[in-house]
Design a protein around this ligand. Structure first.
Ligand code: FRU
Length: 458
């Protein structure tokens, strides 16, 4: 294991990652009295993320989302969340930071999935200063969820609308269908079940990490369905993350329209959004995958996974655009002009590359380091690794009618690719110079060669 982080060329430069150990979902995103807070699912002592130690929350805070300090573990597990402080959200209300999350309790014995041996407590913890956290309050327990639910009910997202409070929870129904449960409350303590939201036909068996919000003109229900059948260029990861546009009101009559995947890359799951004090709707995702069937090579260095950069959401023609939040541009230095049919070296293995497509933007290719190719060919945009990272697979892609622009954030071992102002995004970890097959990790170089074969692009 590498002890000195500075020796580890895969530590990220502008993405949040665990100080050591394992990270999954972003939790409790908020801005409180000017300061940004990003919590996350965390196992400090187990980079492999096994069940040996319960998940806790980790905490980053800072005046800017670009420069955050690690604040440690806000609260330890206890009676209500013995086997894990699972995912949840933040609500800023009454000048308090209120955290809502799932307390995971494992029961001994063998169970099938309907009677799965777990309890899921919905818990609230309040902080008055964003640094100290009070007593855990139990808001909902297993017996409070509708009888048609299995024991898989979790990941509360709470918001306020017209003076009332609402909560969505992700659920797996006994009939094998994913759903979101909507609750309401007038005091944030007593919660009443309002309704269940699902699709007419099962769309996966479980919906994790639901979120409900407005982006631009659209009402959005974001969920992470598990159990979708893979299709060509669709649903290619083991689990998916995407959004339904909602026609009507989630609390009354509503219709879920098309489901769009948030991200087409290998590593993206469990996004959460929040509104910052400037009124921006910001999304952060986990740049990772649950039960992915592969292990990232950073595990041998004592850490695994990261979060995406914060993305500002807007809408255009019914689609949500995701764009790296504007502040990221302030990190730029040493600007270079790109020769669209040439190459250049990224000296520290990280960069922020922008291309605009002219008339000829239909057929092009960008090679990133050895082993990664982004190719637009015959109406398909494809990301290909010579090593297989996602679920043993090497290619992810999507159909693309027209490419107008591309922005690539390259960060030592992470790529985020934004196409057409963020209408399509690919997030993937990558490990330049990783030698697979031999079981060894070569010392990676910090320079990265980018090669462009992009006629018609500037
Ligand atoms: C999603 C998820 C959530 C759960 C958490 C546990 O990745 O499975 O449903 O609350 O991770 O870490």
């Amino acid at each position: 294991m590498v002890k000195e982080w500075q020796d580890d060329g895969w530590r990220l430069k502008f993405h949040l990652m665990p100080p050591a150990g394992w990270l999954n979902d972003p939790n409790g995103l908020c801005q409180f009295r000017g300061e940004y807070h990003v919590f996350f699912q965390y196992q400090p002592e187990d980079a492999g993320g096994g069940g040996k130690t319960p998940k806790v929350w980790g905490h980053y805070a800072g005046n800017s989302l670009l420069h955050m300090r690690f604040e440690g573990i806000p609260f330890q597990t206890g009676r209500l969340d013995r086997n894990g402080s699972y995912s949840g959200c933040a609500l800023i209300e009454n000048d308090e930071m209120q955290l809502y999350y799932t307390g995971n309790i494992r029961l001994p014995g063998d169970y099938d999935y309907i009677h799965d041996g777990r309890e899921s407590n919905t818990i609230r913890v309040v902080s008055r200063d964003g640094a100290h956290f009070g007593k855990k309050e139990l808001l909902l327990k297993t017996a409070d969820y509708p009888a048609e639910c299995t024991r898989h009910v979790r990941d509360p997202k709470v918001w306020k609308e017209n003076g009332r409070y609402y909560m969505v929870l992700g659920a797996r129904l006994k009939g094998g269908q994913g759903a979101a449960l909507v609750y309401d409350s007038c005091d944030l303590k007593k919660w009443k079940f309002l309704k269940k939201i699902t699709t007419p036909e099962a769309f996966g068996y479980m919906w994790e990490c639901p979120d409900y919000f407005t982006a631009g003109e659209e009402n959005i229900l974001s969920v992470c369905p598990q159990g979708l059948e893979e299709e060509e260029w669709q649903y290619q990861n083991i689990y998916q993350a995407g959004y339904f546009t909602v026609k009507g009101d989630i609390r009354e009559e509503q219709r879920l329209e098309v489901f769009t995947e948030w991200d087409k890359g290998f590593d993206f799951y469990a996004p959460q959004t929040f509104r910052d004090e400037a009124g921006r709707r910001i999304l952060i995702g986990w740049a990772g995958m649950p039960d992915a069937g592969y292990e990232n090579p950073t595990v041998t260095r004592g850490w695994q996974h990261a979060l995406t950069v914060p993305r500002a959401l807007s809408s255009r023609n019914g689609k949500i655009l995701q764009q790296p939040m504007e502040e990221l541009k302030t990190l730029r230095y040493g600007k270079q002009e790109i020769d669209p049919t040439g190459s250049f070296l990224l000296e520290d293995g990280s960069g922020d590359v922008e291309l605009q497509a002219g008339d000829g933007g239909r057929e092009w290719q960008i090679l990133i380091g050895n082993g990664c190719a982004l190719t637009c060919h015959k109406g398909v945009l494809q990301l290909e690794f010579s090593q297989g990272w996602g679920y043993g697979r090497k290619i992810r892609g999507t159909r693309l009618e027209e490419c107008r622009n591309v922005r690539i954030l390259i960060d030592t071992s992470m790529l985020e690719i934004y196409v057409n102002d963020g209408e399509i995004v690919f997030t993937s970890r990558f490990y330049p110079e990783f030698a697979s097959g031999t079981g060894t990790v070569k010392p990676e170089t910090r320079t990265l060669l980018l090669e462009f074969n992009c006629p018609g692009m500037i």
